[in-house]
Write a protein of this length. Structure first.
Length: 217
């Protein structure tokens, strides 16, 4: 599993025009090759076929994450999502390093799914998510807030409430947006709980959070 091999495959189908659009979408914070998501995922899937294994190739993941090209970060996330069943609580420190390096909403929200899957299979990691919800790093906070997205009836509301309360009164857009998303998602199965939470914390919830949370109420 050589990072340079898959990067060369992506370079072969890259578009300079798409690269500029992609960079502009993320406020020119990252360089792009210019490979659209469906094409990248198809190439990644074919590249990884011969490497089905019982353990994750973390060297490959970390080398991809150090690339200057954003698509290579996405390749690392694609690989992790394809093999998320292999992840255990012991991998959380590695995921934390990915969350806090080359960070923006696009990479963080991709890693969010992985953390959420670990937390669902290993409830003992709740304490880690609570610690992240109080972190100085906004992206760790965002993952803590949103790691239960799509859980529906399996949402741990006690944990959700504690994490949300830890993040009330924030001025950070990405935190307040995440709070709104988590509440909106859970409102699809338990609107009463969400209404009650908004009513109890209306003074400290950001208007953005309330607006997002109320979409389906």
């Amino acid at each position: 599993m050589k990072v340079e091999v898959i990067q060369q495959q992506l370079e072969a189908v890259a578009s300079a025009k798409d690269a500029e659009k992609m960079a502009a979408y993320l406020r020119h914070q990252f360089l792009f090759l210019g490979v659209r998501t469906p094409v990248r995922r198809k190439i990644t899937k074919e590249f990884l076929k011969p490497y089905k294994q019982k353990t994750l190739h973390w060297t490959f993941i970390e080398q991809a994450w150090e690339s200057c090209y954003r698509e290579m970060h996405y390749v690392a996330i694609d690989y992790l999502i394809m093999n998320k069943h292999m992840l255990t609580p012991e991998d959380l420190p590695r995921l934390e390093r990915l969350i806090t390096r080359n960070s923006w909403w696009d990479s963080v929200d991709g890693l969010d799914e992985l953390v959420g899957d670990i937390a669902f299979r290993y409830p003992e990691v709740k304490s880690v998510l609570l610690d992240w919800s109080l972190s100085d790093n906004i992206w760790l906070r965002r993952v803590a807030i949103n790691h239960q997205l799509l859980r529906k009836q399996d949402t741990d509301t006690d944990l959700l409430e504690k994490i949300l309360i830890n993040n009330l009164g924030q001025a950070e857009f990405f935190i307040n947006k995440a709070i709104g998303w988590s509440l909106r998602d859970y409102s699809k199965v338990n609107p009463t709980w969400v209404r009650n939470f908004i009513a109890q914390h209306e003074e400290t919830l950001a208007p953005l959070s309330i607006r997002e949370a109320s979409k389906y109420l």
